[in-house]
Design a protein around this ligand. Structure first.
Ligand SMILES: [Zn+2]
Ligand SMILES: [Zn+2]
Length: 362
């Protein structure tokens, strides 16, 4: 490891005291800070060198060792990381950049609850929402200061927004009580926004709801929340979707389920019936011998898949209605049917009776 001239790096004499070291370090570090020299590799190297030099010279033990041997033992990390960071906390607090950065605040996210029908969820929807939100004041462009006047720098914190206490190398910062951390005091607040920098506005926003959304889905409209404060970025708007229950269909993912009542002859003999689908009616074939609870399906007549292609199914759950009030003619026909029943036409009934005979011998 080549000996480095740490005093030369910081531009201080060999007998410089701690205050002089710190001053030199701060000035140089500020000048070569990567934030101020973006993309400049030389400045970056210099910046590291300065940090290394200060890390050694600011430590009495390491400085003594360096003074004697011209190097610091170990050759690895000179261990200045923590000091380095401590010093850098709020380093640019006095500059405009640091101040506006610390005061700027992101706008809040907003939530908008939107109720839609199942049909709208199936087709997708383009709609407009009336959203009340805080927006940057045009008059003062968000500064909160009446145009033509200037905010005063807070005398207590000298505009830093923070008051600091030094404890050795550690610096403890607290928000300034006089300006509440703003760093400035507005004597002439903007009349439009009363110095708030933002105003309440109703904004009409266009939203596109994709086909296939489900109850509880959220859409995020990036940057459509509240405006930020003092240059802060805006929040987002979350549109929370509520799909109203449908009169006929119950949704199961991409499938739509519907009860289908059939008469006994329809179920027994088969039929073709009209059934509801989302956009009207469709024909559904009832096979002969359809059982209660059986599910008949129209493929692709359900909801579209939100991500991916195609649609789910429309599913019809068969309910066979047993007639309650019979005319004399109906009764006669049913009696006749009972007489004509044999084991082949009602296998489950026959099996049940068979089992009863086996168990109880009746
Ligand atoms: Zn204003
Ligand atoms: Zn202050």
């Amino acid at each position: 490891m080549a000996a480095k001239d740490y005093y030369g790096v910081l531009g201080v004499p060999r007998d410089a005291d701690d205050a002089a070291l710190k001053r030199a370090y701060r000035n140089l570090a500020r000048a070569y800070h990567p934030d101020r020299n973006p993309g400049d590799k030389k400045a970056e190297d210099r910046f590291k060198e300065i940090g290394e030099a200060y890390g050694v010279l600011s430590d009495p033990e390491k400085r003594a060792q360096y003074d004697r041997f011209g190097t610091v033992g170990g050759g690895g990390d000179p261990g200045f990381g923590t000091i380095f960071e401590d010093l850098f906390e709020g380093f640019f607090g006095g500059g405009d950049r640091g101040r506006s950065r610390s005061r700027a605040r992101r706008g809040d996210d907003l939530r908008y609850d939107l109720e839609i029908s199942l049909e709208e969820a199936a087709l997708g929807l383009e709609t407009k929402l009336q959203v009340p939100r805080l927006e940057t004041c045009d008059t003062c462009r968000g500064s909160g200061v009446e145009p033509g006047s200037q905010p005063e720098t807070c005398a207590t914190c000298r505009g830093q927004g923070q008051v600091r206490f030094s404890q050795g190398f550690l610096t403890v910062a607290r928000p300034c009580p006089n300006c509440r951390g703003e760093g400035r005091i507005i004597r002439n607040p903007c009349a439009s926004c009363r110095g708030q920098g933002r105003l309440s506005r109703e904004r009409l926003l266009k939203v596109t709801i994709p086909a296939g959304v489900e109850d509880g889905n959220q859409l995020r409209l990036s940057g459509e929340g509240e405006s930020g404060l003092l240059g802060g970025s805006p929040g987002d708007l979350y549109v929370v979707l509520h799909v109203k229950p449908h009169e006929i269909f119950v949704r199961d993912g991409a499938h739509l389920i519907c009860e289908l009542p059939l008469t006994f002859p329809q179920a027994a003999l088969g039929d073709e019936v009209e059934v509801p689908v989302l956009d009207g009616v469709a024909k559904l074939k009832i096979p002969a011998g359809t059982q209660p609870g059986q599910r008949l399906v129209l493929r692709g007549k359900g909801m579209p898949h939100l991500r991916g292609r195609g649609r789910g199914d429309a599913v019809y759950e068969v309910v066979v209605e047993v007639p309650t009030r019979l005319s004399a003619r109906q009764r006669e026909l049913l009696e006749e049917l009972r007489g004509a029943n044999d084991g082949d036409s009602s296998p489950r009934v026959s099996k049940f009776l068979e089992r009863m005979k086996q168990l109880f011998g009746s």
